[in-house]
Design a protein around this ligand. Sequence first.
Ligand SMILES: Cc1cc2nc3c(=O)[nH]c(=O)nc-3n(C[C@H](O)[C@H](O)[C@H](O)COP(=O)(O)O)c2cc1C
Length: 140
Amino acid sequence: MHTLIVYGSTLGNTERVADLIAQALGDQAQTMNVTDVTTEDIAAATRILFGSSTWGDGELQDDFEVFIDHFSEALLQGKEVAVFGCGDAQSYPDEFCSATDIIRERAESCGATIVAENLRVDGEPDDAEEDITAWAEALL
Ligand SMILES: Cc1cc2nc3c(=O)[nH]c(=O)nc-3n(C[C@H](O)[C@H](O)[C@H](O)COP(=O)(O)O)c2cc1C
């Protein structure tokens, strides 16, 4: 199955998570920065894994904030979707990885089928490599 991994990342943490997911999924996965992805890329994918870190107070990462306006029924109806992202649970306990909830809700309301619980990575992605790999492998 063709899986497209689309991430928005300011400091590179969610990008690193995207790379670890791609590594676990192997040949079937393609990774793109949300700044480069087009609606045609999304339309061509069977399954899309959306990643965004959380900024401000529970908000989407800036680049993802721009892209989410493209979410529509025409784009996402019938797509399999799962969501991942980085955050900081200690500093933002009430808004920890809230961007993943925003994306999931928007994708669901556009008719996407959510195929996994949101993956929320606290702190350094490399410290969470086992959890990230397990999440990705469960999608295989
Ligand atoms: C100004 C600022 C606001 C933040 N707001 C949140 C937040 O609301 N919730 C959260 O879980 N993490 C928050 N974080 C933590 C970032 O999401 C975290 O550093 C993340 O690893 C960044 O990922 P990125 O490099 O992919 O952008 C914030 C960090 C900063 C510096």
